[in-house]
Ligand binder design. Structure first.
Ligand SMILES: NC(=O)C1=CN([C@@H]2O[C@H](COP(=O)(O)OP(=O)(O)OC[C@H]3O[C@@H](n4cnc5c(N)ncnc54)[C@H](OP(=O)(O)O)[C@@H]3O)[C@@H](O)[C@H]2O)C=CC1
Ligand SMILES: O=C(CO)COP(=O)(O)O
Length: 318
């Protein structure tokens, strides 16, 4: 039995695709009115156009959800730490982070937040290129499942793979979670470039040099470079920097155009840019694109200043 904690776009999509495959799934939301509506009309406004299968149970009872052997944590990264600290002590079983980011308070990834709050649990993460709408439509999708406990990783891979959702497995949790977190920052930068009319060539340059700085930090934190070259890093970087289905990319577009953006939309890369700028500065790892994105979002620099600061860096070997 699988519990999905968080009925946003991603949690709902995972719950739907797993339930359609005949797996026992319970979807938990904190908002009782949302739970009642999902039960009544078998739809969720967070994922428009998708019908919830009849065999998908929906609940507002967190204690019941937390008793399941596999729990998918589908909350934004910045909400996860406080949520788990309040609710998670005592939770055991396989706890799978389904979010992408670096926590601003601890400068750690989602699995470290699980370890801190739920010492009896086995932490894992699912990440990689996938839009919730694509997963829910049953379009083919491949993701990375990272877990240091091999037996739990094998079990999760089996439990969560479906006819259209293919999971690859790795023990490199640090690499997988950093790939997913850092690509969102580069996607904001890519959006800025396109929004400001700086051209496709500049976007390709930013993606490539962005990837270089993703790998640099990941290696410094003990990850394998190969993991960054996989679905969770390179794969998701390509998707998120090139599609305006991405909220991070669209946020960047708005920044580049000098327009506002709906603050209620989940844009993980914004907080992660701040967190990673602090983290990398503390470690002495150069991440110029990430630093520029953080400064742009804070309003400390303009787009022309951001462009100038990247182009005027000392010339170097690739
Ligand atoms: N959408 C996508 O295509 C994909 C998203 N992801 C990742 O999934 C994660 C979640 O994103 P997504 O589902 O899209 O986001 P949404 O904005 O659609 O949903 C966020 C969900 O988290 C809930 N939530 C937020 N804060 C809390 C809290 N403190 N306690 C309990 N519930 C809370 C919200 O509840 P409420 O409605 O009550 O506020 C909502 O159900 C992100 O890290 C994202 O990067 C990964 C791959 C694809
Ligand atoms: O992570 C995602 C795709 O893999 C979703 O991207 P956004 O959060 O930018 O919409």
């Amino acid at each position: 039995m699988i519990a999905v904690v968080g009925a946003g776009a991603f949690g709902t999509a995972l719950a739907v695709v797993l339930a359609r495959e005949g797996r026992g799934v319970t979807l938990w939301a904190r908002d009782k009115a949302q739970v009642a509506a999902m039960r009544d009309i078998r739809r969720n406004d967070r994922l428009p156009g998708v019908t919830l299968p009849d065999n998908l149970s929906v609940t507002a009872d967190l204690a019941a959800a937390a008793r399941q052997p596999t729990i998918l944590l589908c909350l934004p990264t910045q909400a996860l730490g406080a949520f788990l600290d309040a609710e998670g002590p005592g939770w055991s079983g396989r706890l799978v982070a389904c979010c992408k980011g670096v926590d601003l308070t601890t400068l750690r990834g989602p699995t470290a937040l699980i370890e801190r709050a739920c010492p009896a649990a086995i932490p894992a993460i699912i990440t990689g290129p996938s839009f919730a709408a694509d997963i829910a439509r049953g379009l083919p999708t491949a993701l990375t499942l990272a877990c240091t406990d091999e037996a739990a990783g094998v079990e999760l891979q089996r439990e969560m793979s479906t006819a259209t959702l293919r999971l690859y497995r790795t023990a490199d949790v640090t690499g997988a979670e950093l790939g997913g977190a850092l690509k969102n920052v580069i996607a904001i930068a890519a959006g800025v470039v396109i929004g400001a009319g700086l051209g496709e060539s500049a976007r390709a340059a930013l993606m490539t040099r962005g990837y270089a700085e993703m790998v640099r930090l990941a290696i410094a934190l003990g990850a394998r470079a190969e993991t960054l070259a996989g679905l969770s890093g390179f794969g998701d970087l390509v998707l998120t920097c090139s599609s305006d289905q991405s909220r991070n990319f669209r946020f960047g577009l708005s920044l580049g155009r000098g327009e506002g953006f709906d603050a209620k939309v989940t844009v993980e890369g914004a907080a992660t840019a701040r967190a990673v700028t602090r983290l990398s500065a503390g470690m002495g790892v150069e991440m110029p694109i990430t630093a520029v994105v953080a400064a742009l979002i804070a309003g400390d620099i303009t787009v022309p200043q951001a462009m100038h600061s990247l182009l005027s860096r000392p010339l170097k070997q690739e």
